[in-house]
Ligand binder design. Structure first.
Ligand SMILES: *Cc1c(COP(=O)(O)O)cnc(C)c1O
Length: 227
């Protein structure tokens, strides 16, 4: 019951942020981040209406997939090692955390073997944090130009994990910077107009992220409770 209430509150907060920013609620997808949580809680979220689920480990994702209804859309949001790529190809609706050309190349190779096209986002380390994975902003265009030659990988947009802050307002400039970059790179049309997703915002700051243009928010604690 608590999860339903949390989901409802999260939905309401997204709707309010959309209204505040003059955006349509339908333009923002909520991803319920279920990492470390038992399957019963995922089922509760599903019954409450959640269809997009995010996990950060390949093994955990693979374990949970057969235990959930078939119409769940699975997002891999955590750092992906190249040696795990083969196992995950064909299982996700979107891999958010592509943080190197080497990884994109491995996804291309394994997707090619299975005759699939894998949808990905490029993870961007907007705030240049030492501890974070991701391309620096100035590396993204070159990466896109390289990846567009891969026939089995489609870059649908950008993702960032903003710094951990107590006050979400402190991340507004990070979100705004990535949004502006995203708009700019879209106009360059490197990938034939397929850049349509901006994945940013977590429990602590998703409202600000939506106000600044996020099209996907990844909420874990706010739905499933503390980990
Ligand atoms: C865990 C995680 C989230 C969700 O974090 P919460 O603060 O619990 O909402 C979002 N994105 C990524 C990449 C994560 O690893």
């Amino acid at each position: 019951m608590e999860i339903r209430a949390n989901l409802h509150k999260t939905e309401e907060a997204i709707a309010n942020a959309c209204a505040k920013a003059g955006r349509n609620r339908g333009d923002v997808t909520l991803i319920a981040v279920s990492k470390t949580k038992p399957i019963d809680l995922l089922k509760e979220a599903y019954e409450g209406g959640a269809r997009h689920f995010g996990e950060n480990r390949v093994q955990e994702l693979l374990t949970k997939i057969p235990l959930m209804p078939r119409d769940v859309k699975w997002h891999l949001i955590g750092h992906l090692q190249t040696n795990k790529v083969r196992q995950i190809i064909g299982k996700t609706c979107l891999i958010h955390s592509v943080d190197s050309l080497k990884l994109a190349g491995e996804i291309e190779k394994e997707s090619g073997k299975q005759n699939l096209v894998t949808d990905i986002l490029l993870e961007v380390n907007v705030a240049c944090e030492e501890s974070k994975f991701g391309f620096l902003l100035e590396e993204v265009e070159e990466a896109l130009n390289a990846i567009k030659r891969f026939p089995h990988v489609r870059v649908l947009g950008l993702m960032t994990v903003a710094p951990f802050v107590e006050d979400a307002e402190k991340n507004r400039s990070v979100f705004r910077k990535l949004y502006e970059f995203y708009v700019d790179i879209k106009t360059k049309n490197i990938d034939n107009g397929s850049m349509t997703i901006l994945s940013m915002g977590m429990t602590g700051d998703f409202c600000v992220a939506v106000e600044e243009g996020a099209t996907m928010v990844r909420v874990g604690t706010g739905i499933f409770g503390a980990r």
